[in-house]
Write a protein that binds this ligand. Structure first.
Ligand code: NAP
Length: 326
């Protein structure tokens, strides 16, 4: 398979290279693109050096089987449509196309069927959405999801490499706020992105819209509070959900443990520091909410892996096997 990665030097781009290796995909050619300042740098795929190239129109018009974009919404808007003309599938990690009703927003474990017979641009959802939508889809199938209230605890790598740099500088004594509205070291910030007229932040709004689109369930009531915390990798979420039907806790636990890319802990819980290189979403502390038709649980996932790169590579893998490339 011929693959290109745009934004290859970033947190997500570098993890995409790692996921392509780990998933042992048959890559016959890999082209890497980033901004002007990274041109000429070398990145390694399966121990072979690949030189970072300049992103331009001509490069995007070269045929690839798959082009993975992870360079922000502006770059995606400028170049992904060109790449989609020349190549089979373009998988974009940014928010540029997620709300476009003609573009599938895919978590393969939940709505991978949308990839069947599709070519063009596919949107990869927001990181926090991916890790909670997998358990919520499992529970929705069993009990009929009506309402979700989520509070997130999101790591600084969710802001890309600059988030990690700012936290590390502040830990060494800097009082520069950098990309954040407040100091993040030894603090929590209840703002991710700008605020909208309804009082929600952009990150919260993304979760509201994207969850409904992925579950194909416009009536679900959803309210999120997204909080940045001084953790390097791994987003956490406290989830409360209401359902149409009564729940048997042991059945819900069994379904969460059996679902693809989902790990369930009956007697303990996961913290972000323990995630390591897991590409799964980890749920624990499952309990009734206010009655037998509601649940609370704790969820943790690696934002750069399942929240971004691993989901993108799973989209690629699913499409490649549907189209006989695997
Ligand atoms: N981090 C996460 O947890 C996460 C999760 C889900 C989705 N995302 C999304 O994924 C995208 C990348 O995030 P990230 O965390 O990897 O950010 P990052 O670490 O800041 O990396 C950004 C990448 O984009 C490249 N880039 C920036 N401007 C460019 C331009 N004009 N032309 C070509 N390349 C350009 C950068 O190249 P240089 O190195 O040359 O600057 C770098 O490779 C964003 O849209 C983000 O919202 C991130």
């Amino acid at each position: 398979m011929k693959i290109a990665i745009v934004g290859a030097t970033g947190e997500v781009g570098r993890m995409m290279i790692k996921c392509l290796e780990e998933f042992e995909l048959p890559v016959s050619s890999l082209e890497l693109f980033a901004s002007r300042r990274s041109v000429g740098n070398q990145l390694f795929f399966n121990d072979r050096a690949h030189t970072v190239q300049l992103l331009d129109n001509a490069a995007m018009l070269r045929h690839q089987d798959y082009v993975l974009f992870s360079a922000g919404a502006g770059v995606a808007r400028s170049y992904a449509p060109l790449a989609a003309e020349a190549s089979e599938l373009v998988i974009d990690n940014s928010s540029a196309f997620r709300r476009d009703e003609n573009i599938p927003l895919v978590v393969p474990e939940v709505n991978g069927d949308l990839l069947s017979g599709y070519s063009g641009i596919v949107a990869n959802p927001n990181c926090s959405t991916i890790q909670i939508i997998i358990p919520l889809a499992v529970l929705d199938k069993l009990y009929g999801l009506k309402k979700v209230i989520v509070s997130t605890y999101q790591s600084v790598s969710g802001s890309g490499n600059s988030g990690i740099q700012i936290l590390n500088m502040q830990r060494r004594g800097s009082s520069e706020k950098g990309i954040y509205p407040e100091i993040i070291d030894l603090n929590v910030i209840p703002q991710i992105g700008g605020f909208l007229d309804d009082g929600y932040s952009q990150e919260e709004d993304k979760m509201h819209q994207e969850a409904r689109k992925i579950l194909r369930h416009e009536e679900i009531e959803i309210s999120c509070t997204c909080v940045r915390v001084p953790v390097i990798y791994g987003h956490s979420a406290s989830v409360y959900a209401e359902f149409e039907r009564e729940i048997e806790l042991s059945d819900a636990e069994f379904a969460l443990a059996a679902a693809e890319s989902s790990v369930f802990y009956p007697n303990t819980y996961m913290t972000p520091l323990e995630l390591g290189s897991s590409n799964d979403t980890h749920s624990s502390r499952l309990r009734y909410g206010v009655d037998r038709k509601s649940l609370c649980f704790w969820n943790v996932g690696h934002n750069v892996r399942i929240g971004a790169a691993a989901n993108a590579v799973r989209i690629l893998k699913r499409h490649a096997s549907d189209t006989g490339r695997l």
